[in-house]
Design a protein around this ligand. Sequence first.
Ligand code: CA
Length: 217
Amino acid sequence: MIRILIVEDEEPIANLIRMNLTRAGYQCEIAPDGELAADRIENQSYDLILLDIMLPKLDGYEVLEYAMAVDIPVIFLTAMGETSQKVKGLKLGAEDYIAKPFEIQELLARVEAVLRRCRKTDRRLHFLDIDIDTDSRTVQKQGKPVDLTVKEYELLLLFLRNKNRALYREVIYENVWGGEYSGVGRTVDLHVQRLKKKLGLEDHITAIYKVGYRLTV
Ligand code: CA
């Protein structure tokens, strides 16, 4: 299981992030100040750290040094409009930043992207009779290989990492195809249909009116 440390002194924000990441299948812990964060980083193992900058005791830039010493990727949570903060964070070695306040979907997408980039995602995923090996990018159903296109494969991973969550068409599009979703065209729908058919997921991937799709467990 992927472990994420949330370093944030504003309790409602920390709790909101934890709730959503937990729902998405991540294991989360919160550190409410920089010193506790440094302690945790030194004594436990994490796959990713979400790091606020203005923190009691040690600030985010100082905590970043602890994270980098043990090679844990960091996403900074920056205050809105603080361009200097994000530039400094990225220069010092953070993988990404998210400006507060942020949409939860954006947070999840960025977490997912950084984990993938840093190869911290689970290498083997399993759902019903489907097995995915993300090292070899192979998919099997009932032990037999299934050929998926690159986009179908990305789509499948997105669904599996967001079980029971409503995925907006634009989020699906941005994650799988990259770039802005124009709101027109049936690309997403056609690919979802083909994926469902290939893997027999007709009963598990459901359309949500005016929103998108959800993989239900
Ligand atoms: Ca703060």
